[in-house]
Ligand binder design. Structure first.
Ligand code: SAM
Length: 275
């Protein structure tokens, strides 16, 4: 059967084989009756079979054609299950999730090579999400929970931290997968905040303030911000001064609230600069 073919390293295929870990992930996902669920990378279905029994609707996105065909076959009699045979990075997630008026529960043991990119995509559709339970490489997970001024603190920490409470559920050792990865993994719960942690003005501006601040880790904040598109309109020295933030600091020392302050100010300046 296709699902039994040798795992593909290029697609990050480390399949979960530990029943206890699978049960704990399903428990952590806390799927509500009739809730729509999205699973990214169902693989051989370790989580899928539990999700199919609980979800109001289940959408599977799998890039491995053979595995997508396997799921189509497995769930052919279940009209609540949809299989999308595609690269998740090419799927228009906003259009897909807008098919349901309800908010989605996302569950995934993410392929490690694209996990950060997938996190950005999920951040982009945060308003359509009720909850996420994601398994990540432990190092990537640690980054999401990192405080300012440490090397793990980065763009994903700030962006996802704005909208989600991120809770570590448990660490998963390599032996729980086939084949075993070289490093530990971690399961995290992402719970949308009822109120945003700080006002940021325009969200696109917030993203570009944060990305530019981390773009050159060894350079000062003032120099980093100058590389951003908004710097064509906004004087970055004045911007920092008006927010009482020292431009000689490194971007990674700023708290989420300081990024938010800069973003609000840039939003305001861009609006007033418009003809
Ligand atoms: N959920 C299964 C489990 O826990 O055993 C499999 C997890 S495995 C770590 C990652 C899965 O994501 C694989 O099935 C792989 O084929 C799939 N995958 C890899 N890259 C993908 C992509 N760009 N889009 C969608 N699925 C992808």
């Amino acid at each position: 059967m296709s699902a039994a073919r040798r795992p593909l390293k290029s697609l990050g295929q480390n399949f979960l084989v530990d029943g206890n870990v699978i049960d704990r992930i399903i428990q952590a996902a806390d799927i509500l009756p009739d809730q729509p669920v999205l699973e990214i990378g169902p693989g051989r279905g370790a989580l899928t079979k539990h999700l199919a029994g609980r979800a109001g609707r289940l959408v599977l996105i799998e890039y491995d054609h053979a595995l997508a065909a396997f799921h189509r076959d497995q769930h052919q009699d279940n009209e609540r299950v949809t299989v999308i045979d595609a690269d998740v990075l090419k799927v228009d997630l906003d259009a897909l999730l807008s098919e349901s008026p309800q908010k989605w529960n996302v569950v995934a043991n993410l392929p490690y090579n694209i996990s950060t990119e997938v996190l950005f995509r999920l951040y982009g559709v945060h308003s359509r999400l009720a909850r996420m339970t994601l398994m990540l490489q432990k190092e990537v997970g640690d980054r999401l929970a990192a405080p300012p001024d440490c090397s793990a603190y980065g763009v994903t920490t700030v962006l996802l931290g704005l909208w989600f409470d991120i809770r570590r559920v448990f660490v998963v050792p390599p032996g729980c997968f086939h084949p075993s990865p070289k490093v530990d993994s971690v399961v995290l719960n992402f719970i949308p905040r009822t109120a945003v942690r700080a006002e940021v003005g325009d969200e696109g501006v917030f993203r570009s303030v944060v990305k530019s601040a981390f773009s050159m880790r060894r350079k000062t904040l003032a120099n980093c911000l100058k590389s951003a598109e908004f710097a064509k309109t906004v004087d970055c020295e004045q911007l920092l001064e008006s927010c009482a933030i020292d431009g000689r600091r490194r971007g990674e020392t700023l708290s989420l609230e300081e990024f938010a302050l800069l973003s609000c100010r840039v939003t305001e300046l861009l609006r007033t600069a418009q003809p």
